[in-house]
Structures are given as structure tokens and as C-alpha cells.
Design a protein around this ligand. Structure first.
Ligand SMILES: [Fe+2]
Length: 435
């Protein structure tokens, strides 16, 4: 399969039936944008491969050589006659956001360049094998730790009651909650992942010291439909590759742990083997992340920020009026990190994705670590069953701001955190009792 696909396939929205007959704007800057995109990617890759004296030198180089070209595209879009005047500012902002995230990404690379070798230093033979598999496939499935799953299940009784309540109240929506960092479950997970060597493999894969960032409890159940029916209005069924996506975050490595046994109908997590290695344009990916983020400002969201009021999770694509906006973008920049719903069943791209898709069913305690920002994956699409899982994230270690803080602040911080957690628990309990 690796031999067939070396480039990340691109969705041809002009040929997509839900976009057929929509007035494609007479946008004439395509060639200009393509040429600039090529220059931006080349400049970015050059800087990424270089080692600079300081982080500032790296950022300066980006601001001198790459950022002005990105700004050129942003201003092209602002003045583009074919772009809906209500959408143009969002498109321009998505492009400018891309500059910010590319700059941050280079900065982070530079910051950790010196740590590269030390992160590799102390792996056991088993961990080296895990690392190699992760590099080759984009994921690694660890042996199930049943005892850990059972303890986490017990420690999250209140959170699970909350989610079950939420599932009853808003059955169609996402059903997830971040575990409070001071909670016994989150602390147990952090400690377990650090002591069993999973965090060390994450560090070695990312080439920089990684730390536990968060654990999010996810309840997937059959009544959810936030991912279904994007193109219902034109009678196009939900695609077989629905919800296949990249994560929008950078410098993060994720893992999924099942709290109960997961079989085929329970919404198992899956990953398209090797897709993390597919070639792509860093700039286009960054713009697509920016466009995804713009949706949050364009469409009303539920209070918890998990769903849009209209239900479906990619509103720009759901409403035919906005599909025109997508078409009016330069061809190269169209698209989204959550592209699976737009892949046509039976197409070559669909076949490549589905035939490479590794589906992880498994016993409680099964843990799959994966490169979610580079590799195509999905999960929680339940078919009759249900799934209790925790999504775990590792982030590149940051210099702790607390080290510089005065002693009294450092001593009081854990107390504040504990009080915050107590208040959080009381609020949840009150909500459960009152509800
Ligand atoms: Fe994801």
C-alpha cells in the first residue's frame, strides 16, 4: 500500500456531486496561489531542517522569508472578486492563522532540537520495538492492562454518571468530558503511563521530552448522529469513510484506552496504516486547520463547545450556501482536516483509506498510541453497541513557569488546585442530584 500512496490524496470538490451545479467563482488567482504555496512549503521545509543559534533566529528567518508570502495570499483573498464578502475575511484569517501555527511549529522544533538525542537515550529493547512500529505504522497497540482499566472505571463513577445523564438529555451530541487534572483517575493514568514506559516511547517518537497533558473520558453510544448526513439535502448517503480525519493540534501525541471490552459494533478506534507518512503541503494543512477553526466563529455552538447548534460537526460543508464559499477558494486551499465525509464511496481514495484502515477491537485496558496530527484515524462510530474510553494526550514539555515563581506561590498552587477540584466535584454532584 505504501508504494501506491505517497501523496495525501486531495478531494476534488468541483467533481463532488453535492457541489455540482453550484456556481464556482471565477477566481483567477489559482496559479498565483499555487506558486506561492510551493514557495511557502519550500521555505518552511528549509527552515525546519536547519539548526539555528537561538529560537528567535529561527522565527526571524520565517518572518523574513515565508510569512510575507502567506500574507500575500491572505490579502489576495481579501480582495478576491469571486469570494463572498461575508466569507472573505474568514478565509483571509484562516490563512493568517496558518502563518501563526507554522511559526509556532518551527519555534517548537527549534526549542527541542538539543533534546533530540537525550529523548532517545534510555529505551529498553521492547520499547525500541514499540517505537519502530509506531514510526512505521503510525500507531502502536500495547497489551491490555485490565487492572488499570478497572481502577479508572471505578474512579470515574461520577463522570460516567454525568455522561450517561448527558447522553439521555442530548442523545445526538458528542459525549465527552475532560477528567479534572487533580482527580484520582487522571493522576493514576498519568502515573501509570509514566511508569510503564509509554510516555518514554512518546518522547522518543516525537524526538523531544513529552509530558502527560490530559485525559478525556468519552462515551460513544448508538443515538449519536453528529457525524451523519452531511449531504442529506442532495440525497447523498453518509460516506463509508465518514469522520476520517487528522487532529488539528500540533506537538501532541495521543493514545486511546478502552475502559470496557470493545468489539466491532462498539465504535472501535481505527487508524489508516502508514498514513502519517503520506506527503502533504504543510501550508495547505495549516490553512485547513485555520478554516476549521473559523467555523467556530461563523456558526453558533453549544455552551460546552463540543457541538454546533445545527448538529452536524462540519457546518461549512453541510449548508449548500456555504459550499459555494468552499468552491470560491483557490483550489489548493479548499478542504478540511475532517475530510472523510467528502470522500466518495467507490473512489480510489476511498478504497485506499478503507483497505488500509486498521480497526482496533480489544479487551478493557487496550491502549493504542497514535500519531493523530499526521495520520488518518477515526472512532466512536457506534453500530448498536457502546464504548467507554479515555483519550490521552501527551504534549512537548514546557519550561515550567512555576519554577520562577516566588516560594509562597509555589507552595499555595497545589492547595488552589485541590480546592478547584473540590468545587468541581461538588458542582457535578449537585448537578447529578438536582437533575
Ligand atoms: Fe482525532
Amino acid at each position: 500500500l505504501e508504494a501506491i500512496v505517497t501523496d495525501l490524496p486531495v478531494i476534488d470538490y468541483d467533481a463532488h456531486p453535492a457541489f455540482a451545479g453550484l456556481r464556482s467563482a471565477s477566481y483567477e488567482a489559482n496559479a498565483k496561489v499555487d506558486a506561492l504555496t510551493e514557495e511557502i512549503d519550500a521555505g518552511y521545509s528549509r527552515i525546519a531542517a536547519d539548526i539555528f543559534e537561538t529560537e528567535q533566529d529561527c522565527v526571524d528567518m520565517f518572518d523574513r522569508e515565508v510569512a510575507p508570502k502567506i500574507e500575500k495570499i491572505a490579502s489576495l483573498l481579501e480582495g478576491a472578486p469571486g469570494l463572498n464578502p461575508a466569507f472573505a475575511p474568514h478565509a483571509a484569517r484562516a490563512v493568517r492563522t496558518a502563518a501563526t501555527s507554522m511559526r509556532e511549529d518551527l519555534n517548537a522544533r527549534q526549542r527541542h532540537a538539543s533534546a533530540r538525542n537525550s529523548a532517545m537515550a534510555e529505551l529498553s529493547a521492547a520499547q525500541t520495538e514499540q517505537l519502530n512500529a509506531l514510526r512505521q505504522d503510525g500507531f502502536y497497540k500495547f497489551l491490555p492492562n485490565d487492572a488499570l482499566a478497572r481502577r479508572v472505571l471505578a474512579l470515574t463513577a461520577i463522570d460516567r454518571a454525568l455522561l450517561r445523564r448527558r447522553a439521555k438529555k442530548s442523545p445526538k451530541r458528542h459525549c465527552a468530558v475532560a477528567l479534572h487534572p487533580r482527580s484520582a483517575a487522571a493522576r493514576l493514568l498519568k502515573q501509570a503511563l509514566e511508569s510503564n514506559g509509554v510516555a518514554a516511547v512518546a518522547s522518543a517518537y516525537m524526538g523531544k521530552p513529552m509530558e502527560f497533558l490530559y485525559a478525556s473520558l468519552d462515551y460513544a453510544h448508538p443515538r449519536q448522529d453528529w457525524y451523519k448526513g452531511c449531504y442529506d439535502d442532495v440525497g447523498l448517503p453518509t460516506s463509508k469513510t465518514v469522520y476520517m480525519h487528522f487532529d488539528a493540534d500540533c506537538d501532541v501525541l495521543k493514545a486511546m484506552m478502552y475502559l470496557k471490552d470493545v468489539t466491532g459494533g462498539d465504535g472501535p478506534f481505527s487508524f489508516v496504516r502508514g498514513s502519517h507518512l503520506w506527503d502533504r503541503s504543510p501550508f495547505v494543512m495549516a490553512v485547513q486547520k485555520g478554516l476549521d477553526r473559523e467555523q467556530c466563529g461563523m456558526f453558533a455552538m453549544e455552551d460546552d463547545g463540543l457541538d454546533y447548534k445545527l448538529g452536524y460537526y462540519r457546518p461549512l460543508y453541510h449548508d449548500a450556501r456555504h459550499r459555494v464559499d468552499i468552491l470560491s477558494l483557490p483550489k489548493t486551499l479548499r478542504g478540511t482536516t475532517h475530510f472523510g465525509d467528502d470522500v466518495l464511496d467507490g473512489s480510489e481514495f476511498s478504497n485506499v483509506l478503507l483497505s488500509g484502515e486498521e480497526v482496533f477491537t480489544g479487551a478493557a485496558g487496550t491502549l493504542v498510541m497514535f500519531d493523530g496530527s499526521r495520520g488518518v484515524h477515526r472512532g466512536s462510530l457506534v453500530d448498536g453497541g457502546s464504548r467507554w474510553a479515555v483519550q490521552l494526550a501527551f504534549r512537548a514539555k514546557r519550561d515550567s513557569a512555576s519554577a520562577a515563581a516566588p516560594t509562597w506561590k509555589r507552595m499555595l498552587r497545589p492547595v488552589f488546585h485541590q480546592l478547584h477540584y473540590a468545587a468541581h466535584t461538588i458542582r457535578n454532584l449537585a448537578w447529578l442530584i438536582a437533575g
